[in-house]
Design a protein around this ligand. Structure first.
Ligand code: URA
Length: 235
């Protein structure tokens, strides 16, 4: 999702369906304010959460919303789907139709899913340069061996995308259960990595994204707003 930051004059041209000359005059008249302050500068940068007024008229007043959901299996990580229930259908949040997903989970995966209407925040979270760690608990059909640890740490080449995965950490928890930490999120990455060992994933649960940990008081299908501390983890 692209961040919606841009120049105030462009925003006003669009919003008021008028041309730049008229917008310049409006600005010079001192009738436009952003976040409570009069702005006369055409180049002023605004985003989707800037509070913009023209005289007494409110042109834009959006509140950023950040939400965590304990995604159950069998629910699709999309905003619309013709076949399955979507994660949006589960949210008990007024702004739910404005939210987008920051890091999808497969239909049969469960665990921490983050949703927001703040594209700058979700872009930072998903940016490859930020290398935000995602921790998964993975249940496998067959027993794990020490070989997996080295293979995940070394990275695996995927010819389809012509990429080598970033070093990933694998900790063997029990015979058939591992904890895997990824700093990226390629398509079906964990299933494909275990696929190299012909070891099918039978359960995949995301425990955390960066410092945001799935709240263990949330049953599958339940969600809550993020705390301000959790929101501030990503910047
Ligand atoms: N890797 C997968 O294969 N599936 C997920 O849902 C998440 C990571």
């Amino acid at each position: 999702m692209q961040s919606k930051r841009g120049r105030l004059d462009r925003y006003l041209c669009n919003q008021l369906q008028t041309h730049r000359k008229a917008v310049r005059e409006l600005l010079l008249s001192g009738n436009v304010s952003v976040d409570g302050l009069v702005v006369k500068d055409m180049d002023k940068q605004v985003d989707e959460f800037s509070y913009i007024q023209l005289g007494d008229q409110i042109l834009q007043a959006n509140t950023p919303v950040y939400w965590m959901l304990h995604k159950p299996t069998g629910v699709v990580s999309a905003t619309k789907d013709t076949q399955h229930k979507t994660v949006i259908d589960l949210l008990d949040c007024e702004a739910r139709d404005e939210l987008h997903i920051a890091g999808r989970l497969d239909l049969n995966s469960s665990g921490l899913l983050l949703l927001t209407n703040d594209s700058r925040w979700s872009d930072a979270l998903m940016s490859p340069t930020q290398k935000v760690n995602k921790v998964y608990r993975v249940s496998l059909a067959n027993p794990l061996t020490e070989e997996y640890i080295a293979a995940f740490a070394a990275g695996m080449y995927f010819s389809f995308e012509d990429i080598t995965t970033q070093p990933a950490k694998l900790v063997i928890l029990t015979r058939n259960v591992a904890e895997v930490t990824l700093s990226e999120g390629k398509y079906h990455q964990i299933k494909r990595m275990f696929g190299r060992f012909r070891n099918p994933v039978v359960g995949l649960h995301r425990l955390s994204i960066g410092d945001i940990v799935l709240d263990d008081t949330l049953a599958p299908g339940e969600g809550r707003a993020l705390t301000s501390l959790e929101v501030a983890c990503i910047s």
